[in-house]
Design a protein around this ligand. Structure first.
Ligand code: NAP
Length: 270
């Protein structure tokens, strides 16, 4: 398959989204410098959230990078206890941006699937404060219920996703409904990089385990959001467009699935 750093995915609204992005959870040491370096290397999508504490630094880094806003893709999130409209405006003020490209409900609230939050985000979108709206950590059932209640299909479900923890049911459901999966913790926060199958495939392709995990996502059609503060990691994670995993490699990686979560006991959407 022929993809490159500049390739994009087309959302059901017709808008385009880059094929990978930079995560910023805990990117709190010199956030502006890390963002500036990432933009310089070629990252165009940045993922953040109202609760990461990185938005002001991201804003500063983007201004320093002096890049055309229309070429950037900024994702942020509102919390399940927020008033979505107020939180969205606060996020934009912290980022110093007039609009986001994508705003997500960070996770479904405890007792419902977030219809009120979703209506709030629909207003944010109508007012031009975000191009698109989506969800995060939603199960298939949660999305079905949200869509049945509001008639509005999210463009993205951002969920934990790696060969060690993923879901065929979710992949099929999202493909059928043109919902893009953004894969968070795609490197398992470094916890599975020494897996023997992964190491063997990496060695055969003269790539690192991290690059194999990123490439697995790209070939599956899922969009990895990779956190890297270190410049060498940032560069390494972009160097994934000059090789291809075979069908056998993809199957071997996919069969490592044990619904593993690097964050806790179980995947939030299972
Ligand atoms: P991750 O991207 O799987 O792993 C990040 C860790 O891997 C960092 O310690 C990083 O080190 C290291 N790393 C990066 N590149 C590497 C490489 N080439 N080789 C070896 N190690 C490497 O974990 P994550 O931060 O949990 O997930 C990514 C992003 O997804 C987050 O930052 C956030 O934006 C988003 N996220 C969303 C949710 C949600 O609920 N929606 C939940 C979790 C995460 P350095 O930083 O030192 O370079």
């Amino acid at each position: 398959m022929s993809i490159e750093l500049q390739s994009t995915a087309t959302l059901h609204t017709g808008h385009k989204m880059p094929l990978l992005g930079l995560g910023t959870w805990q990117l709190t040491h010199d956030t502006p410098g890390a963002i500036q370096n990432a933009i310089h290397l070629g990252y165009r999508m940045i993922d953040t959230s109202g609760d990461y504490g990185t938005q002001p630094g991201i804003g500063k880094g983007l201004r320093r990078a002096d890049i055309d806003r229309s070429t950037l893709y900024v994702v942020t999130k509102v919390e399940e206890t927020d008033n979505a409209y107020t939180a969205a405006r606060k996020n934009l003020a912290e980022l110093g941006l007039e609009y986001a490209d994508l705003m997500l409900i960070h996770r479904p609230p405890k007792d419902n699937v977030g219809e009120d939050l979703w209506q709030g985000l629909m207003r944010v979108q109508r007012e031009g404060l975000t191009r698109d709206i989506g969800v995060s950590n939603y199960s298939v059932g949660d999305i079905e219920e949200l869509v049945a209640a509001t008639g509005e299909v999210p463009v993205v479900n951002q969920i934990e996703w790696s060969p060690f923890g993923w879901s065929r049911e979710m992949l099929d459901f999202c493909q059928l409904n043109t919902i893009h999966i953004q894969a968070y913790s795609p490197l398992t926060r470094g916890k599975q990089l020494h897996n023997a199958t992964l190491a063997e495939i990496a060695k055969r392709h003269s790539k690192t385990p991290a690059q194999i995990l990123i490439r697995w996502n790209l070939q599956l059609g899922t969009i990895p959001i990779i956190k890297a503060a270190q410049p060498k990691h940032q560069a390494e994670n972009l160097d994934v467009f000059d090789f291809e995993l075979s069908d056998n490699d993809m199957d071997a990686l996919g069969s490592l699935n044990e619904h593993y979560s690097a964050l806790g006991n179980r995947l939030a959407y299972m």
